[in-house]
Design a protein. Structure first.
Lengths: 551, 171
């Protein structure tokens, strides 16, 4: 965990008091809505269909138990008793009142949580691998660098009014859990031939109406230079990114129009001027940030404790363990993913009671730490294996032990037309219906790893382009129509899905998905061949045939 | 529109000249880049100081050769959402060592003062009288800064290192 010091606390408090003043000026009419809009967006406040929506940052997905309790408090006090975890390590509250927002921010500030730059055309919450620091085999803990970047991007005096939003993600593992290739800047921690830590820098990824997979702009940037290199990218973008058309304003368009080589040259030229300047990080500064992180005092524990051996006789426990428990870098410990995708519920939602109870479980079983992943699930990152059976029972009582992590009912979905003023179609009801169709865990297990992502409009908050199956809701002649893609993925082999054919109506979506799954089960070479691999091998055609033969 | 310089509302010594207006023989004038580049030597030769309004969609490289003979550079925020002039300001201050007046003009509002100061602006064509009047209080809103810029304010990373060293020397 990164622990705020007095300096960080002061800044967040100063921000809260500034926002309190801004809200006051808006309510008194001193600020016009146009002027205020951008100020509230910079503090995570959107105006949605029914109410203001408040988006709070969970930088690089790390939460302490007292912070999760405070989020529960906000849900209970200022909202309707629940929160929604997003695909970018944020939590959203959907029913907040403008006049109460400064108080909610002040309550969060007390535990080191803020909502700065969770929306607006600035540098957004820096995200990372939710298993950072505990995943076996990672280069080093990417949160050190994430925090350096969090600080550097916070209230940046040059880059707070960019052409469009700007998102940075960092991973330190071969398997990319942070979806860096669909970010404006993706950073992959790596080592050079001298064994020095640095980054492969990717740029220009993003979804929305013109999706792109990020391209490598530089194969190795030394860790000490990462701030200046990012600064150089931002400076090129701030000056030359398009501002004439909101749909062409993301850096991906600039990179696409210039071409990656030309873009890289521009960045290199800018970087040449600043790389040896005040942004260069010396080891002392990096160590100082590192020292703000605390790590658990792990015990020396056996690989296979008696408690785990005994519980293995319970098939329900085993189903959960095999699905939701993952290898930890320290022997005797596990990472436990907590599915926020129970059958029939909106993906990513948690009630205040669940958050409080999870905070207690984190204190009891995970050194007080909770993680948030982009798949809209949570994780307890340091659970001893001997505690797994007890933890499972406790989670089950809370409705948080659905063993569907990574399976077909572990759906990513945006809020859609139920909440969002941009949406053209509903997302949540589609997800709910699909979780019901695939509620049988044996069937879901038989299908194996399969990610369904749903967006309720072309802005793609539900990351539909990179779902193994992607569902995009659009509006056609006053009706909701859903376009289905297959073959997308968001990991280190990121790819955009391909459309299987004409859109289908709301009522038909679940049937179509069932057809696709049936086709896959018939087509796969062996049970271990994942859906995504079958699509890669055979292409869209056999799936298309199956879906449209009878429609 | 009130002008703020040195933290206070002041009289603007410059007259802003429209592109088709006649050049006055004396007095300080502020002209557009187009007008200036049409006749740089003529404008520079006259008595009175010269300032230039540089648009935010033009590389400042073309401005740099004249910096030594200008009294002021004004950068433009056509709307406050358009942040290109922040980069131009930092480049002028930090790369080209511009020490003369750097003026923010256009939709200059209270809630951008701190960003503008940090980017190197020292003079502000403030859109609203009420904003200009609270300039001094507004720029004290923040005492912590995470990024180094040419304004010399100490960054959080740096301050932590100082604190560390201070702790290190005491017993």
């Amino acid at each position: 965990m990164y622990a705020y010091d007095e300096i960080d606390r002061t800044l967040v408090n100063e921000r809260v008091s500034e926002f309190r003043d801004q809200v006051k000026r808006r309510l008194s009419g001193e600020l016009t809505e146009d002027e205020f809009k951008l100020l509230r967006l910079q503090n995570g406040v959107y105006l949605q269909l029914h109410a203001y929506m408040f988006r709070v940052a969970i930088p690089y997905g790390t939460l302490a138990s007292n912070q999760l309790r405070r989020l529960a408090h906000v849900a209970r006090t200022y909202d309707r008793g629940y929160g929604h975890f997003t695909t970018r390590q944020n939590i959203q509250f959907n029913w907040i009142k403008l006049a109460q927002l400064p108080d909610a921010l002040a309550d969060l500030a007390e535990v080191g949580i803020h909502a700065m730059q969770t929306s607006g055309n600035n540098m957004r919450n820096v995200t990372s691998d939710q298993w950072a620091g505990v995943a076996p085999g990672e280069i080093e803990d990417p949160r050190i660098w994430s925090e350096l970047l969090r600080q550097h991007t916070t209230l940046h005096p040059e880059f707070s009014f960019l052409p469009r939003k700007f998102k940075i993600a960092i991973t330190a593992s071969d398997h990319d859990r942070a979806a860096i290739k669909i970010h404006d800047i993706g950073l992959r921690l790596t080592r050079n031939e001298k064994s020095e830590t640095g980054f492969e820098v990717l740029v220009g990824g993003g979804l929305g109406r013109t999706p792109f997979i990020a391209k490598t702009v530089k194969h190795f940037v030394h860790g000490r230079d990462i701030l200046s290199y990012v600064e150089a990218i931002l400076r090129v973008y701030n000056q030359y990114g398009r501002r004439d058309n909101i749909y062409k304003a993301r850096i991906k368009i600039l990179v696409h129009e210039l071409g990656i080589e030309k873009f890289a040259q521009e960045v290199e030229e800018e970087w040449r001027h600043i790389r040896n300047g005040s942004l260069q990080l010396d080891d002392g500064v990096i160590e100082d940030i590192r020292a703000h992180f605390t790590y658990p005092a792990y015990e020396k524990l056996p690989h296979m404790p008696d408690e785990l051996r005994a519980a293995a006789h319970d098939p329900a426990f085993e189903a959960w363990r095999k699905n939701s428990v993952f290898a930890h870098k320290v022997q005797g410990y596990s990472i436990v993913t907590i599915s926020l995708k129970p059958v029939g519920s909106p993906p990513g939602d948690a009630t205040a009671e669940q958050m409080d109870a999870l905070a207690d479980l984190a204190d009891k079983y995970s050194f007080g730490e909770i993680r948030v992943g982009h798949e809209q699930n949570l994780a307890l990152p340091h659970v001893t294996k001997r505690d797994l059976p007890a933890l499972w029972k406790a989670l089950d009582r809370l409705g948080l032990a659905t063993p569907n992590v990574g399976l077909i009912s572990d759906i990513i979905a945006c809020p859609g037309l139920d909440y969002c003023s941009l949406a053209n179609a509903r997302s949540i009801p589609v997800a709910q219906e699909l979780t019901r169709r695939f509620a049988n865990h044996e069937l879901a297990n038989l299908i194996g790893r399969l990610h369904i992502n749903i967006s309720g409009c072309i802005n793609a908050c539900g990351h539909h382009h990179v779902g193994h199956i992607g569902i995009l809701g659009v509006e056609k002649n006053g009706e909701e129509v859903y376009q289905i893609t297959i073959g997308g993925r968001a990991d280190e082999n990121a790819a955009l899905g391909n459309l299987i054919g004409p859109g289908v109506k709301f009522d038909e979506v679940a049937d179509v998905i069932e057809d696709i799954v049936e086709a896959y089960l018939a087509l796969r070479e062996r049970p271990e061949e994942l859906f995504i691999d079958t699509v890669k091998r055979l292409g869209v055609e056999p799936f298309k045939e199956r879906v449209y033969a009878t429609r | 529109m009130p002008l703020v310089k040195g933290g206070k509302i002041v009289e603007d010594p410059f007259v802003r000249l429209a592109d088709d207006a006649q050049t006055p023989a004396v007095g300080d004038i502020l002209v557009s880049a187009d007008r200036f580049l049409g006749d740089p030597e003529g404008l520079l030769a006259r008595a009175g100081r010269l300032g230039m309004i540089w648009p935010n969609n033009r590389d400042i490289d073309a401005l740099v050769p004249y910096l030594g003979r200008l009294a002021a550079v004004a950068l433009v925020f056509p709307v406050f959402r358009d942040g290109r002039a922040y980069s131009q300001a930092r480049l002028l201050r930090e790369r080209y060592a511009w020490r003369g007046e750097l003026r923010a003009t256009g939709q200059v509002l209270r809630d951008q003062f701190v960003f503008m100061l940090r980017a190197g602006f020292d003079t502000f064509d403030v859109r609203k009288q009420a904003d200009a009047e609270v300039f001094a209080q507004t720029v004290k809103r923040y005492s912590v800064f995470y990024q180094p810029t040419g304004d010399g304010r100490i960054t959080a990373l740096h301050r932590r290192m100082q604190l560390r060293h201070a702790e290190g020397v005491s017993p």
